[in-house]
Write a new protein. Structure first.
Ligand SMILES: N[C@@H](CCC(=O)N[C@@H](CS)C(=O)NCC(=O)O)C(=O)O
Length: 217
């Protein structure tokens, strides 16, 4: 299998960490969605990361589908997602919150990259920040409710831990955002990020230079 995308994409990172935990080997092509747009588009018409090319040539273009494919391969009882019931819904709820926050963070970053500074919409940026912070508040509550447990759902690491850690770390670097108002979330993320599998699939976010009249996009 080939995983396309750099690890400063938290969506890509999340898939890579799941593959490593499942013991599924893959070739990593650390292509940039900026510099390598045309190369990525040869596999994925959206030109996005992650892109996963399966051994038979089928291409998956959405990280949720990639994780679903990997879980299916891992089989019942081994998947990083609880199979059923309240545990599954809890994991999905946390993943949805973390994903919603990162989707908004990406919009904030894209506004900075593609729109000249003087045309930034403060109203839009502030709305996105409010949404990000609302999600972090809920995630912090969920982490605080699990103090004394290693993981957010049940007794083992799930996609919820991976998503919350990868997406929050990205928010922290890309917006950037100090996690001081959300100490339980920060503690959970720091604990995950200290694990070898997280450290092995990490590169720091390279902050884009904001555009301006002087440096047009
Ligand atoms: N919903 C997609 C989001 C993927 C995504 O937004 N990836 C970013 C990189 S972090 C990207 O490719 N951005 C470039 C673009 O959308 O043009 C997924 O989960 O796979």
């Amino acid at each position: 299998m080939i995983l396309i995308g750099m690890y400063d994409s938290s969506y890509t990172r999340r898939v890579a960490i799941a593959m490593a935990l499942y013991g599924i080997g893959f070739e990593h092509r650390a292509w940039s969605v900026g510099r390598d747009f045309d190369r990525i588009r040869q596999y994925n018409p959206l030109g996005r990361a992650p892109t996963l090319v399966l051994d038979d040539g089928e291409v998956l273009t959405e990280s949720a589908m990639m994780l679903d494919y990997l879980d299916d391969r891992a089989g019942a009882g081994h998947a990083l997602m609880p199979a059923t019931g309240i545990a599954r819904r809890d994991a999905q709820r946390l993943i949805a919150l973390a994903t919603g926050a990162i989707d908004k963070a990406v919009l904030i970053v894209l506004e900075r990259i593609f729109r000249p500074v003087e045309h930034h919409s403060e109203l839009w940026l502030s709305r996105c920040r409010t949404q990000v912070e609302g999600a972090l508040y809920e995630l912090d509550k969920a982490c605080a409710a699990r103090v004394g447990h290693d993981w957010l759902v049940g007794d083992a690491m799930t996609h919820a831990d991976i998503a919350v850690a990868c997406f929050t770390s990205h928010l922290r670097e890309a917006i950037p955002l100090a996690l001081d108002p959300w100490p339980a979330l920060r503690a959970h993320v720091d604990r995950c990020e200290a694990l070898p599998v997280f450290r092995d699939h990490y590169i720091p976010f390279d902050a884009p230079v904001p555009t301006s009249k002087a440096t047009p996009a």
